[in-house]
Design a protein around this ligand. Sequence first.
Ligand SMILES: Cc1cc2nc3c(=O)[nH]c(=O)nc-3n(C[C@H](O)[C@H](O)[C@H](O)COP(=O)(O)O)c2cc1C
Length: 670
Amino acid sequence: MTGVGGRSEAPGGTDAALLAAAIAATPTGIVISDPALPDCPIVFANPAFTAITGYGPDEVIGRNCRFLQGRDTDPEAVDRVRRAIAASRPVTVEMVNYRRDGTRFWNELRIAPVFGADERLSHFIGVQHDVTARHRAEEGQKRARRAADRANRTKSDFLATMSHEIRTPMNGMLGTLSLLSETGLSSEQRAYAETALRCGQDLLAIINDILDLSRIEAGMLRLGEAAFSLADTLRAVLDLAAPAAAAKAIGLSVMIDPALPPVLRGDAQRLRQVVLNLVDNAVKFTAIGGVTIRADAAGAVADGTLQLRIAVIDTGIGIPRAVQARLFRRWTQADASIAGRFGGSGLGLTICRRLVKLMRGAITLESEPGHGATFTVTLPLAVAHTSTTIPPEGRILPTPTPMPAATETARGTGQGARILLAEDSRANQIVAAAILRRAGHVVTVVEDGEEAVARAAGGGFDLVLMDVQMPRRTGIEATEAIRALPPPAGRVPIVAMTASDLPEDRDRCLAAGMDGFITKPANAATLLAAVTGTLAASTPAVSTDAPPPSGLIDDGVVAEMEAAVGAVRMPQLIAIFAEETESRLARLGQAIAACDRATIAHLAHGMRSAAGTFGATALTQAARALEQCCAEGNEAALRGAYAPVPGLAVASLAALRARTTSSGQDPTGS
Ligand SMILES: Cc1cc2nc3c(=O)[nH]c(=O)nc-3n(C[C@H](O)[C@H](O)[C@H](O)COP(=O)(O)O)c2cc1C
């Protein structure tokens, strides 16, 4: 007998009858066909072939094996077989075949050329194996997986929708509680209101985590892509984490490699979320020492892309090796050993890992118990041209794009701004209107988009705060209608207020002609910052007569100071502070122009310390950021850090003066 499946000879002296018996007993189908005959017909078929196909040897000998094929046979598999046979090569395919009774089966077919002693092609051998059962099992598994995926998506959709729905009433609840705690309450009542507010805020943080994770899992999270300043982004993290670090008297600093390009492209908001989460955790677990954010490049810039590396280094309690592996897994919180370390929903690190993965990056952890921990995020980001304008979404706060002045705005006239508030939720109307009125603005409330357009058409507003989901006309439709109005009514700045923070929703708002975007629930500081920012951007001249934005001054600190020095001395102290601040500002401006780091650091330090004494929180933070920047940042970062300082100084002084005036004191101290 000739060799089978290759060029080797059959073992010399093998008994032909034994080989025939073995082939007859083989439990897989075997056929031999002869390529020397027309259409390569079958010349031999074993009993297993009959068992699999239902065709007896007499019915198949002399026919080409293709008669087993039918409607569901994959033509591509047949083509592979055809090409292998033409090239005298072995081939393995799986294809649908049909039995004699017409039923389908999956045939795992292996064909090999058989060469004669003269090394010429003599026959083909085909081995058939019925793998229908395996296919059925695989199909079943696939179906189950698809069903599970569908169920998971439905669950995630449900969670995403519900979380979104929950945020709207939460907005009303938190706003009302915050207003309540500012009314004349007994200390016991205030403690209750503040506890309720804190719990509400914790709940909101958990809802946000769930919303994020379900969005990621449902594949609904779209990353933004815009130019952003890395220094701005990290400074925002610093600002947000600073109060917690200060409360524990630990250090918090950022070190940016000056060699890093100042403007990158990517999703700054998500990057900030990741770093903030890591910094928050680090602060929580550091009792002595501090937390440092270090940013540098993990490799050289290639194809305009850089591997950005951000390490969050703490001197805290460290994390045992056994716990590290479990740390990024979902619901790790259930593990009591870590529950203490990571408060909240326990989803923070999982979200960080998923977000970083979405950004095509990686996150690693190095830690030893007692020796702190370092979380390192590495991700590829495109380098933007230094002259690139940073769009609003690339900035830290919802800073609106500047637009030409619509009317003589509040800042220009020195009066409170005339704000049209379009919001259908009663609770949200009350909260937002109260916050705005308290800050000195004049508020007109409308309940739907139709009314908003009608009122805006009448003119006389400096700003419109526009809810997005409203009856009759959505905020988007109303904005488009307002933008179609002739100036000045059609040019009024519009800031969106929405419970959604999806980038596509934000894009829709901006595309409709809105100038800014705030996500509900917005606290007083965010709301007022958006209003003040928009008004400032829409007015060329900045007047110091503007109503002071709230959140500038920590009333508690001022009250303590008053108690310590006596109310009568306050105006005098404020006058001294004002004089010092103005002098520092003038020198700071010169030092910035000369990029004189030592002088800037000295002046910023002085300003920080004085502002802290007077409870000028925002100014303290800005001065601190400027001071830190002197040691760590490049020139662009330095200028960026300086930018908010003069405005905040002027506004803080105005707020402090207004405070003493309203309490019956003469701010001049005379
Ligand atoms: C030895 C041998 C066994 C084969 N066994 C099968 C088989 O079990 N089922 C099948 O669909 N095709 C089988 N074929 C493939 C077909 O006979 C044929 O080569 C294929 O359909 C491609 O050629 P065609 O385009 O001329 O049909 C076998 C071919 C050879 C040479």
